[in-house]
Design a protein around this ligand. Sequence first.
Ligand SMILES: Cc1cc2nc3c(=O)[nH]c(=O)nc-3n(C[C@H](O)[C@H](O)[C@H](O)COP(=O)(O)OP(=O)(O)OC[C@H]3O[C@@H](n4cnc5c(N)ncnc54)[C@H](O)[C@@H]3O)c2cc1C
Length: 394
Amino acid sequence: METSTAINLLHHKKIAIVGGGPGGLTLARLLQLKGVDVKVYERDFSQASRVQGAIIDLHFDSGLKVIEAAGLLEEFKANYMRGADKYRLLDPKGNILLDDGNQSGATSFGDEKFRPEIDRGALRDILIAALYPDTVIWDSQFLTMQQVGQGWELHFKNGTIATADIVIGSDGYRSQIRPYVTDVKAKYSGATIIQGEIDHPETACPEMYELVDQANLMAMGAGATIAVQPRGDGGLTFYVASMYPENWGATSGIDFNDAEAVHSYLADRFKDWSPVFFSLLEACGQFVLRPLNYFPIDQRWETKANLTLIGDAAHLMPPNGEGVNLAMLDALDLSECLTDPKFSELQEAISAYEKIMFERSADLCRETIEGIADFASPNEESVEELIRMLAGDE
Ligand SMILES: Cc1cc2nc3c(=O)[nH]c(=O)nc-3n(C[C@H](O)[C@H](O)[C@H](O)COP(=O)(O)OP(=O)(O)OC[C@H]3O[C@@H](n4cnc5c(N)ncnc54)[C@H](O)[C@@H]3O)c2cc1C
């Protein structure tokens, strides 16, 4: 790896990044390119210990821009899923409303509207391969930390302790670092997702497998959205979204650890929908309930001297196709601020990053919350609007 010399504020400083998701790993790569001493402490036992979920699309002016800044565009091009940026939209009866829409017709890198999809695991592998060996310390679930002198002493569940001069929390939506930065808590958006994975859809739900055909499939109407996405390993991930009261998981009387109980709820909930959807849901043996939460749009905190947050830990919002892109942009902006010679104090550099991050995420979060019912409880009008958007008419 070609690096420039660690300069100014980060000279002889050790940085601990807690959380090895797209945000944390990107930040580690960008800082290592500048010669900075950085470790990533990740809760997962190993690189292969967890399915990373479905595909994500990177955008020209965010995720792809960062991939380029990280010097990884060729690796990305070798691993992205060609054609997976296509959308297939269905109604609850299984009629296809839109086929092969991709919002722009763009199919090549360099085109501002091109949004190539990549398997989350593949993106993670690319980022890890670009780091110095042993940068990621696996099996490091962060528990607590305390200030020691000018720095931090971090304690992990496996009993290990690490020290660092600067700590960056990139540990996602239930961040354990966040309480050291702010006590602002997440709010419920009104929508909840039931998520499932199908490892062998070609045999478990062949009709749905054919319908998906490596595209993003969405069935919308009658107060629900079922979204199905291909995974890089041939499996499928699906999300069933609806508006539910807060704490619905606890009050619904459904045991979400009992697949049969969930099947029975879904069979009733989707009894008026085409059976092809229930064949998908029935093929799933384990469900995850995800209430969609967000951090308040106007949240602010007092900048800390040697501690900050990026990605979901900083600005959780309901899924809007931007989360990974935002986390990567945070990584780029933070790496640039921390190494910008115009700042003479670390706190000043962190404050400059936080200002950019707050403004950018607030705008997107506002739009997402305003549109949450269109996504989770669509009606004819919202579906028509989505068709126009995916067809590239808006
Ligand atoms: C259902 C759903 C669908 C989505 N679809 C999309 C999409 O299509 N496109 C898109 O851009 N975004 C999507 N998002 C949002 C996206 O997943 C997040 O915004 C993005 O992953 C945030 O990246 P991050 O690096 O901040 O955090 P994360 O990806 O959450 O990574 C956090 C990392 O920290 C680790 N960790 C957690 N706690 C600890 C701890 N205590 N100690 C050490 N490590 C810890 C975790 O294991 C994980 O590796 C979706 C989200 C959901 C819920």
